[in-house]
Design a binder for this molecule. Structure first.
Ligand code: FES
Length: 124
């Protein structure tokens, strides 16, 4: 049912945790299942230099969070804003159709964290 990549990110999620002095935090809930995810970012020169996540959700949600932290790290904020739900699912080698809604959380939380960062700086 799940690709090898999904299972790998589920079993060994990358960048799990919290950044206490994060520059931006995005928290979103999934309207379909009620699961929640937070993404924390550290930004330097408009680039994401560190990123961590906390996910209270299913295996697919954990795998997509893990994957999006890898996709976003090192990107500029504008580049990271372009990472879509579909990109995450594609990088994971696809998700079962019933689990596609789980990949929404990761992209949304990342975008919220960037918005939060810009708001804190008075740019949003
Ligand atoms: Fe809730 Fe997957 S079932 S995020």
């Amino acid at each position: 049912m799940y690709s090898e990549k999904v299972m790998d990110h589920f079993r060994n999620p990358r960048n799990v945790g919290e950044i206490p002095d994060a520059d931006g935090v995005g928290t979103v809930g999934n309207p379909v299942c009620g699961d929640m995810m937070s993404i924390y970012i550290k930004v330097k020169d408009d680039r994401i230099v560190d990123i961590k996540f906390k996910t209270f959700g299913c295996g697919a949600a954990i795998a997509t969070s893990s994957m999006i932290t890898e996709l976003a790290k090192g990107k500029t904020l504008d580049e990271a804003l372009k990472v879509t739900r579909a990109d995450v699912a594609k990088e994971l080698g696809g998700l079962p159709p019933v689990k596609m809604h789980c990949s929404n959380l990761a992209a949304d939380a990342l975008h919220e964290a960037i918005k939060d960062y810009r708001k804190r700086r008075g740019e949003g």
